[in-house]
Each structure stands twice: as C-alpha cells, then as structure tokens.
Ligand binder design. Sequence first.
Ligand SMILES: Nc1ncnc2c1ncn2[C@@H]1O[C@H](COP(=O)(O)OP(=O)(O)OP(=O)(O)O)[C@@H](O)[C@H]1O
Ligand SMILES: [Mg+2]
Length: 294
Amino acid sequence: MKIPKRLEPLIDEGLIDSVVCQLMSGKEAMVYMVRCGNDFHCAKVYRENSQQHVSHRTPSFGGRRFKNSRRLRVIEKAEYTAYRTHLDQEVWPSKEVEMLCHLGRSGVRVPKFHNFFDGVLLMELITNSEGQVALRLSDLVPTPKQARHYHKILMKQIVKMLCAGVVHGDLSQYNVLVDSQGPVIIDLPKAVNASDNHHARSLIKRDVDHLTAYFSRFAPELAQSDYATEIWSYYQRGKLPNAVLTGHVKVTEDNDSAPVNVSDVLQMINTAIKKEIAWQQHKQSKLANQLLHC
Ligand SMILES: Nc1ncnc2c1ncn2[C@@H]1O[C@H](COP(=O)(O)OP(=O)(O)OP(=O)(O)O)[C@@H](O)[C@H]1O
Ligand SMILES: [Mg+2]
C-alpha cells in the first residue's frame, strides 16, 4: 500500500521496508502491519492530538517548551539535570514503550518491543497459529470452558502486572488479542503506577470487572466472583506473589479483623512528622542560601 506520511521517516531510516496494510484505526492511534526484512511487525502511529503522544523533538518541562540550545544554557544546572532526567525517564519513551518493556521483562504477555521512532511504536505482530493477525478477544465466541480458562489466565496476568507495580487501566475484551498460546495484553498508554496513583484500586476493579462481565456472557457463574477485591486485598498485605485466587474474599485474622497496634501507628506518625519537619528546614535553608547569593 502507499506509505502513510507518518511512516515515511521510518522508511528513510531503514527501520521498515514496506507497509503491508492498515490493521485498525483506533481512538488514539492508527495501526499498520509493516515488513522489516523477512519479518512482519506492527507499527502503532499515535495520533498528533493523542494525550499519549509525546513529541521527542520539543519536549515540555514544567509547562515550558525548550526548542533551542540558547534557552537550555540559561537553565540552572540543577534544573537542567532534573530536566534531563525528566527527558530520559518520562518523555523520550512514551508510556506505552515503557510499559511494554517493563511488563515484558516481568513475564506479562505483551507484544515484544522493537523500536520507537518519531511517535511510532514498532512492536511484535501478534499472529495466530496460521500466521494471520490475531483476533481480539471481542471477536471470539469462546465455549464456557474456554471462557473460564481465558478468564483465569487474565486474572493471573493482572496479578503479574500488579506484582510489577502496574495497573493497565483500560483492560477489556477490545485490548486483548488471542494467539496460539492464549491471551496477549495490548494498548498500555493508560497504565498507572499501583503504589502512588490514587485511582489504582478503582482502575484495577474496572479492568477486572470489564473482563469478568465479558466472560460471564459465556460462563454465567463468573458473575458471582469478586477477583478485584481479592487481588487488592492480597496486594495491600504484601502477599500477592504467592496468592492462590478463588474469586471470593476471605476475611482472616491476619488482615482486616486483626487488632491494630496503636503504639506502632503512633510511632509511624511521629517518624513521618519528624521527616517532614527536617525536609521543610532543609528547603528553607536552601532558599535562604539562594537569596544570599542573588
Ligand atoms: N501487536 C499487535 N499485533 C497485532 N495487532 C495489533 C497489535 N497491536 C494492536 N493491534 C490491532 O490494532 C488495534 C488497535 O490497537 P490499540 O488498541 O493498541 O490502539 P488504540 O488506538 O488504543 O485503539 P482503540 O481506540 O480501539 O482502543 C487492536 O485492537 C488490534 O486489532
Ligand atoms: Mg485499544
């Protein structure tokens, strides 16, 4: 097919040889099958206005945009270091790239990352046993047994993601492909860090509930389960990696009903207050120093 404009830089760079076809045009991106040597890969082209797309040419920091080196020179050293760290850790790799690499390393079934160039993600093309592009879960009609099996696998994948500190945040039958070995999770730009995102708990509940509602169309007994509460309860108690899920929440002595040790809690609060006071003092003395040198 004709090379879409956004893929031309990848052709020029020799990252892809040709574009075979468009697979999908979604809300956030257009997805193509591309040929690279003897292999076929998947190219996800983020839309220019997409929330997730971050141009690597003019990254923003603290609401400002830096386009030239003159502007960079006047940034204070410390701020510049922070700016570089910000570029390296958060801006250059898009959220999806970061997640594909991190989750792939953590053993979650996601497409293998190949490259990220000019707002285009190159990744493994998920195919079925005949080599054709894999179908989405939403396009399959599983038997009740298959539905229970896939549901179980996906709950384990959600647990693996959470053990790696991540909640997908947009999981549903539309963001899961099925290859010969089972479900593969895609579309990760909305993923959040489980430990510092206030919405992590509600997002994981939404992810689990979407999948459970879908599979319970084929295996109605799944509708009675509550994996989200069970998974989160194990996670909060630091017992997720060894958890054996049942889909039902057991309240045991060592969690919710166990008596609280008030003196331990007070000690933790005291330590936190001391740390906060020390931090405020440090900030004030730094500011006073800066004013002295003005
Ligand atoms: N690695 C892949 N291998 C095969 N097909 C893929 C792959 N990644 C995405 N696709 C196809 O492209 C579609 C859109 O991909 P994705 O969900 O990542 O983009 P999106 O723009 O967020 O789409 P949507 O708005 O529909 O969620 C998928 O539903 C799937 O059919
Ligand atoms: Mg999607």
